[in-house]
Design a protein around this ligand. Structure first.
Ligand code: FAD
Length: 507
């Protein structure tokens, strides 16, 4: 295929991954490509995936999306972080916010000053020095052109897909509705030539993007690239999702509430709330999970809870021959840190950066695969940390998590922190020092020592500096409007018509 002109791009699947890929490719490379998306209304989409991280804003900017319009049309709310409840021990709560904690120096992170202060009996909570965290706690929000606040969105997954579809079709993406019956490969090298539809129609292409969800119709069922299983580190494998009516003002954070065999999410949107229960089916039956979820949700249920099965892991290659897999087709890490939509975004932007204009070759695919693997492994480690760093001993599930072996890459980080309070962000890594720090401390990890740069300051000066920082943040938060008031003013969505709640889509 070397030297072949790659112009016809066929996207198989029209879930969040398919339409994100279509929207980005047509916006950034549209005149050079001929883009077709194939999706099946009968099969539908997974219908979950409603909590994002701040890179969603970068992606929207890439697509030239107007924030207020986007939020109105997708019933979005703002997200400043995730409230983790019952993770270190039952009754614990901490917020992993998107903010920076304090002010770091070239020699070391701010937390070393804070640990020094704590050793001397003052300093309060680390969260007192993080603007986004305090705003989340106070359920406040404000943004404008000048505001420096790091945030993401909670959005309605189905409406998001429809929003991206409108954009893409407006820019010339061709949509074909129907079921893919088989995939035609070229004799000799096995490159994909065409999708053959149930109707008998044939959709030919040069590059195929597999966005068919967990089934991985092209990347796995056709090209058999193989699967690397991570379920021994991430033992949840099932989720129940249900939508409910809102019962109060929307909070600017996702809730992740641990239970005896996993955790439960609560995602506030403008028109409803997305709820779900994530669990390990080895440790909890579907019936018990359903009971826990229906007992816990507030508001009236708008949909029937439905089970989604998954496994943690990744395809051994996400780019194989002339096929690139995105979204659930490429691998899955459970939604604890809302990273899947981010991975789609990174996958499609990386594809645009490495687009095979000179034809397909191993070097290009290898580069793509190495970058994807490296980033996903670091996210995997971060999620494992939430399960491993616990003192919970109230169920076989938590006993398993507490005692399990962890990847060497994570074990080294944990040792570095526990012994020295040192935390780092590796090159190309998504999660920053502040994220690692908030989760490690939030889950009761206590470092044995820390850097002594804080001792270079007299205690009174250190105390004053911390007080000033804390006071500035508290003052700024006090001046902000409530999140709900800001939403009502900034991007009020239309109220759905009575009976208009969609049945089936959830989470
Ligand atoms: P799907 O939505 O499954 O779409 C697959 C598409 O392929 C559909 O259009 C389908 O019709 C089509 N298709 C399949 N087979 C055929 C065929 N034979 N012929 C034609 N078309 C076909 N991510 C986040 O970032 N944040 C979250 O909070 C979050 N929460 C999640 C909670 C759970 C329980 C789960 C399981 C996932 C969550 N995710 C989350 C991940 C997120 O849902 C997905 O990354 C996202 O929805 C993308 O899905 P997809 O487009 O890859 O697959």
């Amino acid at each position: 295929m070397n030297g072949q002109i790659v112009k016809r791009v066929v996207i198989a699947g029209g879930g969040t991954a398919g339409w994100m890929a279509a929207a980005a490719l047509c916006r950034q490379l549209g005149p050079l490509l001929d883009i077709t998306l194939v999706e099946s209304d009968d099969i539908g989409t997974v219908g979950v995936g409603e909590s994002t991280i701040p890179t969603a804003r970068t992606f929207n900017a890439l697509l030239g999306i107007d924030e207020q319009q986007f939020m109105r049309e997708t019933q979005s709310t703002f997200k400043l972080g995730i409230s983790f409840e019952n993770w270190g021990q039952i009754g614990d709560r901490y917020i992993h916010s998107f903010g920076q904690v304090g002010k770091s120096t070239w020699m070391g992170g701010f937390h070393h000053f804070w640990l020094q202060a704590r050793a001397q009996g003052f300093g309060g909570d680390l969260g007192d020095y993080c603007f986004e965290l305090k705003a989340a706690e106070a359920e406040k929000f404000f943004t404008d052109d000048k505001a420096s606040i790091n945030y993401a969105y909670h959005l309605d997954a189905t409406l998001y897909g429809q929003f991206l579809r409108r954009m893409s079709e407006g820019k010339g993406v061709r949509r074909i509705e129907g079921k893919i019956a088989s995939v035609r490969q070229r004799a000799g090298d096995g490159f994909i030539e065409a999708l053959v539809m149930d109707s008998g129609a044939v959709v030919e292409g040069d590059l195929f993007i597999d966005c068919t969800g967990f089934r991985g119709l092209l990347i796995e069922q056709t090209l058999k690239t193989g699967w690397e299983d991570w379920s021994h580190w991430l033992p949840t494998n099932s989720a129940l999702a249900v939508q409910t009516t809102s019962t109060g003002p929307a909070v600017p954070y996702t809730r992740a509430i641990a239970h005896k065999a996993g955790w439960r999410w609560k995602i506030p949107l403008q028109h409803r709330v997305g709820n779900g229960l994530v669990y390990s089916s080895d440790h909890m039956s579907d019936d018990e999970a359903r009971q826990i979820l229906t007992d816990a949700v507030e508001g009236q249920m708008l949909t029937e809870p439905r089970v989604i099965r998954y496994g943690a892991g990744r395809r051994r290659k996400t780019w194989s021959k002339n096929c690139v897999a995105l979204g659930l087709a490429s691998g899955f890490l459970e939604p604890l840190e809302s990273t899947s939509i981010h991975m789609i975004m990174i996958g499609v932007t990386r594809l645009m950066q490495l687009f095979p204009f000179g034809g397909f070759n191993e070097a290009l695919a290898d580069r793509y695969n190495r970058l994807a693997e490296d980033e996903l492994e670091k996210i995997r480690d971060f999620i494992i940390l939430h399960y491993k760093a616990t003192e919970r001993a109230d169920s076989p599930f938590w006993d398993y998590c507490r005692m399990m072996d962890i990847p060497d890459s994570l074990a080294q980080r944990v040792a570095l922190f526990q012994e020295n309070a040192q935390v780092y962000q590796a090159p190309g890594e998504l999660f920053q020092v502040d994220s690692w720090l908030q989760v490690m401390l939030g889950q009761r990890m206590v470092p044995a020592s820390h850097h002594h740069m804080g001792r270079m300051m007299p205690p009174a000066q250190l105390r004053q500096a911390l007080e000033d920082l804390k006071g500035n943040i508290a003052g700024a938060v006090a001046r902000m409007p409530s999140h709900q008031d800001f939403l009502d003013r900034y991007c009020p969505a239309e109220t759905p018509k009575a009976g208009g709640a969609r049945i089936g889509a959830a989470g």
